[in-house]
Ligand binder design. Structure first.
Ligand code: C2O
Ligand code: CU
Ligand code: CU
Length: 531
C-alpha cells in the first residue's frame, strides 16, 4: 500500500479492525513470469476435506532425560511429494512429511514424552526463490536445509529446532518432547534461518495435539467429531505448481509479505466436509506465512471458541467471526443440530474457504459444551521481576519499500538482549512503530495478554518516551487464555506477561509473518539460571 493510501485510510478512520491486517500492505511484486491459476475459475466443493492421518508407532527408545524410561519413537521423513490440490488441477509438488503435506498428526498426552527423528530426505535443489542477501541464506550455504520446530512446545533447547541448527538432505535430528504442558493444539514446521518462509510454503508443516484429563472430563466432541482445519494460502501457476512471488530486483528477490489467492484447508482448495446435525470440534490453525484469517459461517450462525494457542479458555466464547493471525490456533465448537440438510460455507471475509454439508438424518449427540472449561488464573502484574520495552520497527528504503524489520532495534547476529531468569515473571511491552500488525511468538513459554494501548509513535521515536493516547484495551474474550502468539497491532503497545518456566537455554522470539521473520524480525533469547 502506498503512503498516500495509508494516510488516507488513517485520516478517514478506516484503519479499523478489518484494515489493520497487512493483507494489502507493500505488495510490490514483479508480475509472475508464468501465468497463474485463478482459483475463482475452478469448481467449488468438488473435493472432500482430507484429514491428516494420525502418526502411529510401535517402537520405543530410551528417554534422554532418564535412560531407564522408554519413550515412543517416531520417524518423520521430509521428502518431496505430489498431491492434488483440486480435482481439476494437475498434481502439485510439495515438501511434506512421509507422504503428505500437512504431515501426519502427532497425538500425545500431557506428561507423556516422545521422541521424533526428523529426517531430511528432501531433494538437493530448492524449487522456490532463495534470496542470498538474507542473513543465514548466503550463497555459500547449501540450498536445501531444514530444521523442525514444534511450535508451542515446552521443549528443551536442544530439541527446539534452533534456526541455525539446520541440516542437509541425508541427515536427521532426534528431538525429545517431554510434553509437560496442558492439553493444546501445537504444530510443527520448518524453522531454517533465512529460508523458513520458503520451506513452509513448500509444505513443511503438521499438527501435534496434547490431551489431558481436564479436557477428557469435559466430554467435548471427539473422535471423528473432532477435526483439525489447517488453513493457509498459496498461489499456483498454470502447471498447478506453487508460485512464490519475487521483488522487482532479481538480485534481492525477498518480498515483505506473501498473500496467495488460493486458500487451502488441510491441503485442498475449496473442500467440502460431510457432517452430521450435531456438535463438532474444529481445531483451527492459521498456517499461512502472512495472511490473517477472519472466518465466519455463511448462514451467520454463532459458534463457540473454547481454546486458544495454549489450551482451553476459562469458558466458551460465543462468536460470529473469529480472527486468526498467522500461527494462532482457535479451538471451536460448531453446532449443526438445527441445520440438518443445509450447506454452510466457511468464509474468510468475502472469500470462500470450504463447505459443510449437513446430513438430513438426525443423530444422537452425547457430547457437551460445558459452561466452564479450565480456569486460567491471572498472573498478577506485581509478580513481574522485570518489564522490557521492545520496539518493533520497519526500515524502509528511499521509496518506502521495507528492507528489513527489527525487534528491539537489533539484528539476529547481535548479542542477546532478552535474558529472563528461569522461573521469573516478566512483562514485555511490544511497542509497534510500524504500520502492520505483527503476530509475535515466543518459543518455550505460554503467556497472557495484559492489554493493548494506543501511543504516540513520534514521541517514542524521537525521545524514547511512551506517551499514551488511549486507555488500555483488555484482550478480546477469545484471547483471554494462554497464548504463545499475540497480535501486536500498529500504533499500539501490546503488553504480555510471561512466566519463564521449563528449561534454561537459548530460544528465539519472532514475528510469525515468515517473510518478516526471515528478514531479521527474529531474535535469540536466553533463559538463564538464577544465581
Ligand atoms: Cu511457529 Cu518460531 O515458530
Ligand atoms: Cu514456536
Ligand atoms: Cu511482522
Amino acid at each position: 500500500m502506498s503512503t498516500t493510501r495509508r494516510k488516507f485510510l488513517q485520516q478517514s478512520g478506516l484503519v479499523s479492525a478489518s484494515l489493520i491486517f497487512p493483507q494489502a500492505l507493500h505488495i510490490r511484486h514483479t508480475p509472475p513470469v508464468r501465468p497463474l491459476i485463478d482459483p475463482n475459475s475452478l469448481a467449488q466443493f468438488v473435493d472432500a476435506l482430507p484429514i491428516p492421518e494420525i502418526a502411529r508407532t510401535t517402537e520405543y527408545r530410551p528417554s534422554p532425560a532418564n535412560p531407564a524410561a522408554k519413550l515412543p519413537y517416531y520417524r518423520f521423513v521430509m521428502r518431496q511429494v505430489e498431491s492434488k490440490v483440486h480435482r481439476d488441477m494437475k498434481p502439485t509438488r510439495f515438501w511434506g512429511f512421509g507422504s503428505s503435506s500437512p504431515g501426519p498428526t502427532l497425538e500425545t498426552r500431557s506428561g507423556q514424552g516422545l521422541l521424533v527423528e526428523w529426517v531430511n530426505e528432501l531433494p538437493a535443489t530448492h524449487f522456490l526463490p532463495i534470496d542470498h542477501n538474507i542473513h543465514g541464506a548466503e550463497a555459500d550455504k547449501p540450498e536445501v536445509r531444514a530444521v523442525v520446530h514444534l511450535h508451542g512446545a515446552k521443549a528443551p533447547p536442544e530439541s527446539d529446532g534452533y534456526p541455525e541448527n539446520w541440516y542437509v538432505p541425508g541427515k536427521s535430528a532426534l528431538y525429545h518432547y517431554p510434553n509437560n504442558q496442558d492439553a493444546a493444539m501445537l504444530w510443527y514446521h520448518d524453522h531454517t534461518l533465512g529460508i523458513n518462509r520458503l520451506n513452509v510454503v513448500a509444505g513443511l508443516l503438521g499438527v501435534f495435539i496434547v490431551r489431558d484429563a481436564v479436557e477428557d472430563s469435559l466430554n467435548l466432541p471427539s473422535g471423528k467429531y473432532e477435526i483439525p482445519l489447517v488453513i493457509y494460502d498459496r498461489m499456483f501457476d498454470e502447471q498447478s505448481q506453487i508460485y512464490y512471488p519475487v521483488s522487482p530486483d532479481p538480485k534481492a528477490p525477498w518480498v515483505p509479505e506473501f498473500f496467495g489467492d488460493a486458500i487451502l484447508v488441510n491441503g485442498k482448495l475449496f473442500p467440502y466436509l460431510e457432517v452430521e446435525p450435531r456438535r463438532y470440534r474444529f481445531r483451527v490453525l492459521n498456517g499461512a506465512n502472512g495472511r490473517f484469517f477472519h472466518l465466519s459461517l455463511s448462514n451467520g450462525q454463532t459458534f463457540h471458541q473454547i481454546g486458544t494457542d495454549q489450551g482451553l479458555l476459562p469458558a466458551p466464547v460465543p462468536l460470529d467471526h473469529v480472527l486468526v493471525a498467522p500461527s494462532e490456533r482457535a479451538d471451536l465448537i460448531v453446532d449443526f443440530t438445527d441445520h440438518a440438510g443445509e450447506q454452510i460455507v466457511v468464509k474468510n471475509d468475502a472469500f470462500t474457504v470450504m463447505q459443510f454439508r449437513v446430513g438430513k438424518q438426525k443423530t444422537k449427540d452425547p457430547s457437551s459444551l460445558p459452561s466452564a472449561l479450565r480456569p486460567v488464573p491471572k498472573i498478577p502484574e506485581s509478580e513481574a521481576a522485570k518489564t522490557r520495552m521492545l520496539p518493533l520497527i520497519e526500515i524502509d528504503d528511499l521509496v518506502q519499500n521495507p528492507v528489513t524489520m527489527l525487534l528491539n532495534r537489533a539484528h539476529w547476529n547481535m548479542p542477546v538482549t532478552e535474558d529472563p531468569i528461569l522461573n521469573s515473571v516478566e512483562i514485555w511491552n511490544l511497542i509497534n512503530l510500524t504500520n502492520d500488525s505483527h503476530p509475535i511468538h515466543l518459543h518455550l513459554v505460554r503467556f497472557q495478554i495484559l492489554d493493548r494501548r494506543r501511543f504516540e509513535p513520534f514521541t517514542f521515536k524521537v525521545r524514547g518516551e511512551l506517551k499514551y493516547t488511549g486507555n488500555p484495551v483488555p484482550p478480546d474474550p477469545n484471547e483471554a487464555g494462554w497464548k504463545d502468539t499475540v497480535r501486536a497491532d500498529p500504533g499500539m503497545v501490546t503488553r504480555i506477561i510471561v512466566h519463564f518456566e521449563g528449561f534454561v537455554g537459548r530460544y528465539v522470539w519472532h514475528c510469525h509473518i515468515l517473510e518478516h521473520e526471515d528478514n531479521e524480525m527474529m531474535r535469540p533469547y536466553d533463559v538463564i539460571a538464577a544465581r
